[in-house]
Design a protein around this ligand. Structure first.
Ligand SMILES: NC(=O)c1ccc[n+]([C@@H]2O[C@H](COP(=O)([O-])OP(=O)(O)OC[C@H]3O[C@@H](n4cnc5c(N)ncnc54)[C@H](OP(=O)(O)O)[C@@H]3O)[C@@H](O)[C@H]2O)c1
Length: 310
């Protein structure tokens, strides 16, 4: 099973390339300059040459607050909406299938039980709307695909909440952290393992894919939810970081309205993992365990080279 990872220099893209290499699967990571999802010609040229069975689309505009106003909102829809459609069509043209990564922010947080894949998606912010548009464009492309939604990613390299808290808690005596938004924190390396497991489960013998939507208007979308297990608020996650690191910093819970941000966030966006756990035949590991892996520095992802491996 040969893979191409789009957005291979991002947090998740790097982890997926590393995971595939660890398992001895042939993989090519594509940086934005080699396979820009807003440039259909470039995408098709890259994919024709790489000839993958699967394209994993980790390319995205991920600045949630930046997406609330111009020029961010335009870029968000170009990359996350139209770009996902281009990736799907280019995958189809070269006979590949697409795994499209999406987000818990497609939900509005009104439910008080974990969101199932086919619960109504009603994004509260422009980033969520752009990602939902991407899901729809992938479905309408008619390519064999699966959408995998995830939440609250962190990992080595790049800006992320866990490393920001670790850094600030070393310098400050007190941190105020939002306590009225709940989801499932997810280590990028752990999600990468889950994504590759999903591809293997959908295509067990490296041959014909099973259980994949071919899309088309009106067809039920194949959607899975994947994250680490358990749930937390940002405050609880920050408190755990400080505890595991043995730091003295006090962490105080505050409501979102005391720390206003440009983009509204759902108060509750915990994803239901039952279908993914049934497909994989295993429980997804608790976020507290994965946080310890990250803080211990294990599972670090090294530099990504764009050559194919093994
Ligand atoms: N981070 C989270 O908490 C979170 C939560 C839920 C879902 N997700 C989803 O998970 C996926 C991966 O996110 P991430 O955290 O890994 O994001 P990330 O670290 O921001 O990486 C995104 C990557 O996409 C690349 N990119 C941007 N525009 C592109 C374009 N036009 N063509 C090709 N590549 C482009 C970026 O390239 P440059 O390096 O050149 O900028 C970057 O390497 C996304 O679909 C995101 O929506 C993330």
């Amino acid at each position: 099973m040969k893979m191409v990872v789009l957005g291979a220099h991002g947090l998740l893209g790097r982890a997926v390339v590393a995971e595939a290499r660890t398992r001895g699967l042939p993989v090519r990571g594509a940086a934005r300059k080699e396979a820009d999802v807003t440039d259909p010609g470039l995408l098709t040229a890259f994919l024709s040459e790489a000839a993958p069975h699967w394209v994993v689309n980790c390319a995205a505009y991920t600045d949630v607050d930046g997406a609330e106003a111009d020029p961010g909102v335009r870029e968000a829809f170009q990359v996350n909406g139209e770009g996902a459609g281009h990736a799907a069509r280019a995958a189809g043209e070269v006979g590949a299938r697409l795994l499209q990564v999406s987000t818990d922010y497609v939900f509005d947080g009104a439910l008080r039980r974990p969101y199932r894949p086919h619960d109504d998606a009603r994004p509260l912010n422009a980033y969520g709307r752009s990602k939902l548009e991407g899901e729809e464009r992938v479905r309408e492309s008619g390519v064999g695909h699966v959408v995998v939604r995830t939440s609250w990613l962190y990992g080595p390299g790049g800006r992320n909440f866990v490393d920001t808290i670790r850094h600030l808690a070393r310098e400050r005596e007190e941190l105020r952290v939002v306590d009225d938004q709940r989801s499932r924190p997810t280590r990028a390396g752990s999600l990468a393992r889950t994504l590759v497991d999903i591809l293997m489960a959908l295509e067990p013998e490296g041959g014909r894919a099973v259980g994949l939507g071919q899309g088309g208007k009106g067809a039920e979308a194949p959607i899975l939810h994947a994250s680490d297990g358990g749930e937390a608020s940002w405050y609880e996650l920050a408190r755990e970081v400080v505890k595991v690191e043995g730091l003295e910093c006090r962490v105080l819970p505050v409501p979102s309205h005391e720390m206003p941000r440009p983009a509204p966030r759902p108060g509750y966006s915990v994803l239901d993992l039952a279908e993914t756990e049934a497909l994989l035949g295993r429980r997804l590991s608790p976020w507290q365990d994965e946080l310890r892996v990250h803080l211990a520095g294990a599972g670090e992802v090294g530099a990504i080279h764009d050559d194919e491996s093994p």
